[in-house]
Design a protein around this ligand. Sequence first.
Ligand SMILES: [Zn+2]
Length: 256
Amino acid sequence: MLQFTNRRPLPTLCVHLFKSYGLIQHFNLDPVSVWKLFSIIEDGYHWRNPYHNAVHAADVTQAMHCFLQENMILEHLTPLEIFCALLAAVTHDLDHPGVNQPFLIATSNHLAALYKNSSVLENHHWRSAMGCLMESGISTVLGPELVLQVEEQIKSLVLATDITRQKEFLDRLTEYLETNTLDMTLPEVRHFVLQIALKCADICNPCRPWDISRKWSMKVCEEFFRQGDYERQLNLPVTGLCDRYSTSVPKIQTGT
Ligand SMILES: [Zn+2]
């Protein structure tokens, strides 16, 4: 992806998607500002992270686009919902430091204090997304009312990617399916479906062709192992998942 987009995966992919969903026209956006928005977002990802970098963001956004193509979803979505779904996908790990929340708490990172040890990374990601929207000038074009709606949706979508909230979402999805109440004409149901779509897009690596899926597995494990190395250097207890000497890529991938 890096090679084909001249190392600009996010602006290349997202400007194309914004155009093809008619969002540039609908919101009367300047294509140069849209390119600027996604360039700023891309610059907010860290290339030093083996996994949580701009290519992961592009991968998740592409997967979100695939889910949005489902007719029973797409026919009900408003342009604002599509705008938010794509923006949440592309920013859902923005400025990810390459370590997890327990590490940030254990090292008294300022982000842990700022977000009171709760959904620390996810809160940082959506707030950074809103910063990019402002910096690009897009929020001025949208106007305060729409920006407020975007903020509400982006916040809720990105916070849903907090893996510790998995049960809450699975229980609600199960209830919708068992009671046959997944009514896509209701805005709250559409929002819930987009939350589920983003969560699925975020962990869809194993659904990719084997050679791609395998590369993602190696990358995510390398990021875990780096955290384990930092923990060792700092004399902190080494997280089991992050200990390159006691676990392995197959064990991590199978959750054993
Ligand atoms: Zn992610």
